[in-house]
Design a protein around this ligand. Sequence first.
Ligand code: PLP
Length: 367
Amino acid sequence: MTQYNIKFIGLDRLFSNHRSEYLDAVEKVLGTGTVIGGPHIDEFEKSLAEITNRKYAVSVTSCTDALFFILTSCGIGKGDEVITTSYSFIATASAVLRTGATPVFADVDGHYHLTLDQVRQAKTDRTKAVLAVNLLGDCIDFTAFEEYCNKEKLLLIEDAAQSFGAKYRGVPSGKLGLASALSFSPMKTVPCFGTAGAIVTDDKDIAGTCSSLRRHGKVNESPSSVILGYNSVLPSDKAAQLNVSLKHMYQWQERRALIADRYITGLNGVGDIVTPGTRDGAVHCWHKFMLRTSRRDELQKFLLHSGIQTQVHYKIPLPSEPIFGQKRPDFFTNAIEYSKTCLSLPIYAELKDQEVDYIIQQIRDFF
Ligand SMILES: Cc1ncc(COP(=O)(O)O)c(C=O)c1O
């Protein structure tokens, strides 16, 4: 029996390393009785705006809501088409469906991202927006996408759930296009113990509408609901936890980058493994470390037996999800191939070098 038990997510280790910081932060909130709104929320939103170089940040309870609120506040709805990736978490495209609009999928490149060529092919007269995802913590070419969307008069929206802390040519993820959606769920680079999300934007109207949508459509202190709204107000204790996480985010990111380097070097030339590439000009935040191999399922079982948890992102390409009712899900060839070959390895700051080396060795032994 192996002595190792390496979890895919290291939230328990994160908590034990920063126990008193998190508990003190939460106690401060609970002790005041102000569990909605208040200074912790203000501090959190201010930090997000600063980090992403945006004018406004609106906290909400999830990135899933953040995406829906952005699309809604841009006026996207029934009859509109939104071009998005065929390879992402379900929330990227379900947010489009939730507005009544139609997600139009485009295949991805070797970095798991939308390409402009694919976007051009997917564009129709009804296309209103491009919803780009900076998957895994790597960034698309911001400049090319912005130029294209400006030229074609399409709205550009960023799903930055996985890329908070990443940069493209010095521009932070969170700054791409009209508005960006952020996630702070337990698996993310800056996690809280629960779920949380945010909208960041330079557009005052989008920020104002998102702010109303999260609070039953109310504007400031007005008692009336002016638009159909929802309940997506972030509890203050989550903001307090996230203010702690934000203090450590760059240090954690540096550690994940070292782990990624170690994996890339250690797995070079092993079996048919393809390790993730990085793009010129991009600072990867290493939200996930995803490799590809034709022996994915066997390898995952072998690693589990060796005490190593891994995950598959994503087993079902978005066009194959029944809710989207695509007529030709087989059309998205890269997304389909990746859904059969991708495997995510543990990558978090608390992972020890010895454990990373053990994971590499086990993969070598398997092949
Ligand atoms: C690319 C992407 N978009 C959206 C989401 C939804 O984020 P949340 O869990 O905060 O709703 C996720 C969550 O994993 C994600 O990976």
